[in-house]
Design a protein around this ligand. Structure first.
Ligand SMILES: Cc1cc2nc3c(=O)[nH]c(=O)nc-3n(C[C@H](O)[C@H](O)[C@H](O)COP(=O)(O)OP(=O)(O)OC[C@H]3O[C@@H](n4cnc5c(N)ncnc54)[C@H](O)[C@@H]3O)c2cc1C
Length: 488
């Protein structure tokens, strides 16, 4: 594991003529950006990679040691490098293939913990092979503030230590879910009965097998929670409550389907585009081809499909279509689906469609008031635990992150028009409250969701990190090239 190499308590200052770059966040995006910058820098460069967790590479998604947490993308498509598609599968080969059955084709699903170790290894390899003009440091610190200086930016951490840099790239990644809107919101703060962060492994592990649980949300986050509980031998009732009652679809090996977008002029509305996809699914089905092939064939066209929508149509997508898109696009490994299916058949897991209205503490547990979908009536359910697995928080205005709040407050950044991330230019420049690009301040990864929509999974993020590094180090042809999810 790569640990912090910087224990200094004094400000970092670079040597003369050295370009200093601060990368805030060392999940997949920040780590891969650092790797590309180390590889491509040809002039004196000092890279500072910050992460508050003290871990460099795994980020939120791949820090888990739970063997039942599998990747939701096949190993063959999880290489860190767009130009070396088999890099991850080859890395797995000597260590894990026989144990995990992934095989040389990489068609199976590795564990997320394995992937986290891979990313740490990729970062360590880059550090060891850094050219002499590059200094690369990892810093275990939470950046809480950013201040402009005459020549760049000052990053300030929670202890007040300042780091002076020329450029800053925010790779803050994903944020845990926000609490649901309840008639009595403070009830959700009780740590004795509510787990608000579904990735808090210690909290989930503390649930006894005989304790009943209400899980809010039915997406991949819920799936993580359920498989962890199942692995712990949990046997009390599990209730999943979700507004739409949609479970993630299951991965299946499918033949590729030829791209069909762009063959005719694209309709303007999201509903007409949905009709186009549905028609293609029917055409595929008539030839015995599964809908998954059609959905997957959209991948290279997604940036264009998103960017060519008007703001009103994007809003319509987010309001009406997003839950359906998510379950079809972000699927679960068959092994995981089997666990879930078994629990459903055995009625140890129940899926309820509706929403949570209120929570009340009672002697026998926590009483949840639920409103089933399409009714005006409510029912109650008494459980030992409530877990918030409603998925990643996306409204940037509601996120209680110290750095994001401080940047929004002082106008250094502004929410994008949909408030699903920050406003950025096509080249990744952050835009301030006056609509101006801030020199030397950038964002990559899920924070740029509004520009690209699908900029969440590794296959898209690896392209964005590689493109940004090429532009940044001047190794790309033009600085006007967009920094997006498509292959560079
Ligand atoms: C549970 C889960 C499972 C997933 N599984 C898959 C999968 O199987 N396949 C796939 O392709 N994609 C998957 N994804 C999508 C995932 O978003 C990407 O694959 C990728 O990991 C995102 O990386 P990131 O670096 O952008 O964000 P993150 O992984 O969220 O990393 C951001 C990092 O920034 C740090 N940070 C944030 N703010 C600060 C600050 N102020 N100061 C210092 N450090 C800070 C955090 O500590 C964190 O380490 C998954 C996502 C989740 C949440």
């Amino acid at each position: 594991m790569i640990e912090s190499s910087s224990s200094r308590q004094t400000p970092v200052s670079g040597s003369l003529g050295e370009r200093r770059i601060g990368i805030v966040g060392a999940g997949f995006t920040g780590a891969l950006l650092a790797v590309h910058l180390v590889r491509q820098a040809r002039t004196p460069t000092h890279i500072l990679l910050f992460d508050r967790s003290g871990r460099f590479g795994p980020g939120l998604a791949y820090q888990t040691d739970d063997q039942s947490h599998l990747l939701n993308v096949r190993a063959a498509n999880m290489s860190a490098f767009p130009d070396q598609p088999d890099h991850f599968v080859r890395w797995l080969d000597p260590l894990d293939v026989s144990a995990s059955g992934i095989g040389a084709s990489g068609q199976a699903f590795a564990t997320r913990g394995q992937y986290g170790r891979y990313l740490q290894d990729v970062l360590e390899t880059a550090r060891q092979s850094a050219p002499s003009c590059v200094r690369f440091e990892t810093v275990a610190a939470e950046i809480t503030r950013l201040e402009p200086t005459a020549t760049g930016h000052q990053l300030v951490d929670g202890d007040g230590t300042q780091y002076s840099v020329d450029d800053v790239v925010l790779c803050l990644g994903n944020f845990p879910p926000r609490p649901p809107a309840l008639t009595n919101p403070t009830a959700f703060d009780d740590p004795g009965s509510v787990i608000n962060n579904p990735w808090d492994t210690a909290a989930i592990q503390a649930i006894r097998p005989d304790q009943s649980v209400l899980i809010l949300g039915s997406g991949l986050t819920m799936v993580d929670v359920v498989v962890t509980l199942a692995r712990q031998g949990h046997h009390a009732p599990l209730t999943v409550l979700s507004r739409h009652g949609l479970l993630p679809a299951i991965h299946r090996a499918c033949p590729p389907w030829p791209g069909f977008v762009g063959k005719t002029a694209l309709p303007e509305t999201i509903s007409a585009r949905l009709a186009l996809v549905r028609a293609e699914v029917r055409r595929a089905a008539a030839q015995g081809v599964d809908w998954r092939s059609v959905v997957d064939s959209l991948r290279p066209y997604l940036p264009d499909l998103w960017r060519s929508l008007s703001l009103a149509e994007k809003r319509r997508f987010l309001r009406h279509l997003r839950p359906y898109w998510d379950v079809h696009r972000h699927r679960m490994a068959p092994e995981i689906a089997e666990i879930l299916g078994r629990l459903l058949v055995q009625e140890r897991l129940t899926l309820t469609v509706g929403r949570l209205v209120e929570l009340q503490q009672a002697q026998e547990g926590v009483v949840a008031t639920l409103r089933p979908r399409g009714t005006d009536t409510t029912t109650t359910l008494t459980v030992d635990w409530v877990i918030n697995a409603t998925g990643l928080a996306s409204d940037i205005r509601q996120i209680p992150d110290v750095l994001v709040r401080s940047l929004l407050r002082d106008g250094t950044v502004r929410p994008d028009p949909l408030a699903i991330g920050l406003d950025v230019s096509d080249e990744g420049h952050l835009i301030d409250q006056n609509g101006q690009k801030i020199p030397g301040l950038y964002a990559l990864g899920p924070l740029t969701r509004s520009s690209w929509w699908e900029i969440t999974a590794v296959p898209e993020l690896r392209n964005q990190a590689a493109q940004f590094a090429r532009l940044f180090t001047g190794s790309a042809h033009t600085r006007k090239e967009p920094v997006g999810p498509l292959k560079p």
